[in-house]
Design a protein around this ligand. Structure first.
Ligand code: HEC
Length: 171
């Protein structure tokens, strides 16, 4: 028996012991899992589980105020909807004003914002399908087909980016 004496005490206290049985059915060591699994949400993670009901993580805009639109904009301003879509679809890879979890892919506001060097049509096409604009073996950005982003949603993200070009370095 390889269990520690403390566990041995607990387990034999439950009426379980090892080394009994017959040739057909033998009870040997008992393995105890304590490292947890993702599916059962018992594994130890740095951040809360994404669908956790415990609000232990501030929202991205609270964490990175640099992502925010001008607070003076009305609640219905489309760039606010664009911000929400940007956070969901683009922020995992792209920063804005240096803010965001990823520092690997291009920042979409500095040094320049793509709305300043791409046409609206070109930007729309790039978001939908980057390789339709330019293609090379190292291309990494996935496209966003219509079932992931509607035309309207792509336009809202572009409205957000256009607005952010006026807010470079202004948290
Ligand atoms: C999985 C990571 C990923 C996601 C998600 C992503 N991108 Fe990208 N994006 C990249 C990478 C990497 C590049 C650099 C070119 C390449 O390797 O494809 C890039 C390039 C770009 C460029 C061109 C920048 C330049 O000047 O060359 C734009 C514009 C852009 N992304 C916008 C977006 C927008 C808007 C979204 C959200 C709708 C988005 N991306 C989502 C990874 C991503």
């Amino acid at each position: 028996m390889w269990l520690s004496t403390a566990w041995e005490a607990v387990i034999s206290g439950n009426g379980v012991s090892s080394g009994f049985g017959d040739d057909w059915l033998k009870f040997a060591g008992i393995k105890i899992f304590y490292d947890g699994g993702m599916t059962l949400k018992t594994a130890l993670m740095r951040d809360a589980y994404p669908d956790s009901h415990v609000a232990s993580q501030p929202s991205p805009t609270a964490r990175w105020p640099e992502l925010n639109v001008d607070p003076a904009l009305p609640a219905t301003d489309p760039s606010r909807a664009g911000l929400a879509l940007f956070v969901k679809q683009c922020l995992p890879c792209h920063a804005v004003n240096g803010a965001g979890a990823s520092a690997l892919d291009p920042d979409l506001n500095q040094p320049m914002n793509p709305t300043q060097y791409l046409t609206r049509e070109g930007l729309r096409a790039l978001i939908r399908d980057p390789k339709s604009v330019r293609n090379w073996p190292g291309l990494q950005m996935p496209g966003f087909p219509a079932d992931q982003m509607t035309d309207r949603e792509i336009d809202l993200v572009i409205i957000y980016l256009t607005h952010m070009a006026t807010r470079r370095g202004t948290p």
